[in-house]
Write a protein that binds this ligand. Structure first.
Ligand SMILES: [Zn+2]
Ligand SMILES: [Zn+2]
Length: 167
């Protein structure tokens, strides 16, 4: 998408509404058919504001028990971008790597926003007990027959450290 007018015409504003360009993210299917709202506004000489909104529905797996969890991922972003002649150093160039000269790469921008909005933890419930490491039973459905009792306090502490290190 070309940004020449947005960068050069004072108060130029463009509102766009388009189908979200991806069907999946990180191998996870997008369950709804989201619409992307994108507004580009000139906010000064060689300066533009990109505002975008969309909401994506995923079905992800609980980190502890693997049960499917309905997860909404909302994108709601505002990014200031500069025309190439105003990019002074490599850092600012890197910050807007989704802009190449006067071209906005919407897909690259969306990929970055998705990465930032992606949930770090997926739980079916804050209290999810997970699955038994021995028999694989879902402990939310009740205790299994396995002996998961840890007899020694020192061993229990060690296991906490071990489990934390695995995360
Ligand atoms: Zn769970
Ligand atoms: Zn078990």
């Amino acid at each position: 998408m070309n940004l020449t007018e947005i960068f050069n015409q004072e108060n130029k504003r463009e509102e766009l509404r388009m189908p979200f360009p991806f069907k999946e993210y990180q191998g996870e299917e997008i369950k709804n058919t989201p619409t992307l709202d994108l507004t580009l506004t000139n906010i000064g000489k060689g300066k533009a504001l990109v505002v975008g909104q969309t909401a994506l529905d995923f079905t992800l797996s609980c980190d502890r028990c693997l049960k499917p969890v309905e997860q909404k991922v909302t994108l709601d972003f505002e990014r200031e971008i500069l025309a190439p002649e105003f990019l002074t150093d490599d850092d600012t160039k890197e910050d807007q790597h989704f802009v190449d000269e006067y071209e906005l790469d919407i897909e690259a921008l969306l990929m970055e926003e998705l990465q930032m909005a992606w949930p770090t933890k997926i739980l079916c419930d804050e209290e999810c007990k997970g699955i038994c490491k021995k028999c694989g039973a879902n402990l939310n459905d009740g205790n299994c027959e396995c002996d998961n009792f840890v007899p020694d306090v020192r061993l229990a502490n060690l296991m906490d450290i071990f489990n934390a290190a695995q995360k």
